[in-house]
Design a protein around this ligand. Sequence first.
Ligand SMILES: Cc1cc2nc3c(=O)[nH]c(=O)nc-3n(C[C@H](O)[C@H](O)[C@H](O)COP(=O)(O)O)c2cc1C
Length: 327
Amino acid sequence: MHHLETFRRYLLPCPVVPAPMCGYSDRPFRDLLRSMGARLVYTEMISSEAMARGDPKTWQLMDFRGEEPPVAVQIFGSRPDVLAESARIAVHAGADAIDLNCGCPARKVVRADCGAALLDDPKRLAAICRAVRRAVDVPLTIKVRWVEDDARTLTISRLCEAEGIDAVALHARTRKQGYSGTARWEWIARLKETVSIPVIGNGDVATADDFFRMRRETGCDGVMVGRGVVGNPWLVGEILERLDSPDAAREPGGEPSPSERLRLLRLHARLMYKYRGPHGLVEFRKHCVGYLKGLPGARAARPELMQSTTLEQIDEILVRHFSQIES
Ligand SMILES: Cc1cc2nc3c(=O)[nH]c(=O)nc-3n(C[C@H](O)[C@H](O)[C@H](O)COP(=O)(O)O)c2cc1C
């Protein structure tokens, strides 16, 4: 029970929760999101098998030294004992919560009986929840999708709740849908009526208005935002501001100024370099597109930034293309 209270405490200061995203939810992005007011932040999904065998690359994902808590580590796998062991390792490394990926639709993942495949095998999933619950003394959550043609996600969530899960996040799409079509928020409302643990709604929240509409329409306790914060981490701050002063709810605004966009772009690039070295700047390119959106001059700067390999080059390109930048 105390884990549930701990999890509620994580959600309380900031009910907008950045989603776990492969290739995005690294230390630099987590830190940036926290600087916008996010509290509970997830890692990308991490292989329990790789963790348990001590794979060095996987180990790098678990360096939480100096990181502001709470960080939730998302694990994926199919074997209860291995998942339990990886959860133990993650907590030892500093995880403040463990999330079990039960929603990834990628073929490679599903073929290995991981991710969304767990929704086809409730018995195994229950055994996993039981094993992981026993292994760690931090909140334990699951992230699921909707199952085609029936309400299995509801029964599965109840089953997991009975096994001691503290919250469930629902990406309101089916596995077949992948990322296409629209998220069906009514499924989140049904889940909220079904379980008593916190429900985190997820899918197609791209603006502060979407956040408030999802909360209103589904009654969910938290809203998870994935693609909506890529290139736009300010969304977290905008939502928090509107939560603090509901009178401001109808005011436009929230759009960062061009100089703020450029400031954050540079800061993000520096964090990428600090934590991930030169390769971090290659990884950074995919964030650039989002930051440059709406900036006059972006069209010319983008292809150059996509080829840049050093911080000096990035600065030089920005100074050349944007008058708001001071060299
Ligand atoms: C590039 C990318 C990587 C993702 N990686 C993960 C992941 O590692 N674990 C996970 O549970 N979901 C992952 N997702 C799914 C998101 O967490 C989220 O459920 C989905 O994007 C829907 O939310 P959105 O409409 O706010 O983006 C990923 C999504 C994207 C676009």
